[in-house]
Unconditional design. Structure first.
Lengths: 112, 114
């Protein structure tokens, strides 16, 4: 079965507000957790990843938080813009395995 | 190439026909992946290549599905005797060896079986 899953299928956010997309995982053997963004009609695009021995990583306007105690991952997008509207997938890569396993996705809608 | 290239971008085929989907990975990427995405769904892993060999083909849904990779570069996903449930976007991705956390996707091949 799926080892990663998302709490909410759709998230609506006002432009300029911060967005938080959540993800739960079940496998303690995951080595990397990754966030992808998929715009309509396009392939998924890598946003940011975090290794399992970290609890926070920041990128440009994005922050990923990892809570291993409750097996929870989140993606925070600061000052959400219309161009952030997309489906966001969390994914995991297990130690010793090359494949990446994806969750079902959360659709982020930015309200102008 | 600059990115992962897939062809055709769109394919409409009749039920029972065979289809071939092609993927040209990023130059120098030794790992290549095929995923399937049904409308509004997540990504379903199909098969992974390291070089020309496929260490993990566990996601192929049936024996109608096969894939090969030649010269450590281009890969072809073949679906024989297509069924309507095969309709989906077939996404190819590639990565450097041992960099499974950072894979780069193509735009996908949209397959519709009528």
């Amino acid at each position: 079965g799926e080892s990663v899953g998302l709490h909410l299928p759709t998230l609506s956010v006002q432009e300029g507000d911060n967005s938080i997309i959540n993800c739960a995982y079940s496998n303690s053997a995951s080595d990397y957790f990754i966030w992808y963004k998929q715009e309509s009609g396009k392939g998924p695009q890598f946003i940011i990843d975090i290794r399992s021995n970290m609890d926070k990583r920041q990128g440009q306007r994005v922050t990923v938080l990892l809570n291993k105690t409750v097996k929870h991952l989140s993606l925070q997008i600061a000052a959400t813009q219309p161009g952030d509207s997309a489906v966001y997938f969390c994914a995991e890569n297990r130690r010793g395995y090359q494949k990446v396993t994806f969750g079902t996705g959360t659709k982020l809608q930015v309200i102008p | 190439g600059a990115g992962v290239s897939q062809s055709p971008s769109n394919k409409v085929t009749e039920k029972g026909k065979d289809v071939e989907l092609r993927c040209d990975p990023i130059s120098g990427h030794t790992a290549l992946y095929w995923y399937r995405q049904s409308l509004g769904q997540g990504l379903e892993f199909l098969i992974y290549f390291q070089g020309n060999s496929a260490p993990d083909k566990s996601g192929l849904p049936s024996d109608r599905f096969s894939a090969e990779r030649t010269g450590g570069s281009v890969s072809t996903l073949t679906i024989q005797r297509t069924q309507q449930e095969d309709s989906a976007v077939y996404l190819c991705a590639s990565s450097l060896a041992n960099s499974g956390n950072t894979i780069y996707f193509g735009e996908g091949s949209w397959l519709t079986v009528v």
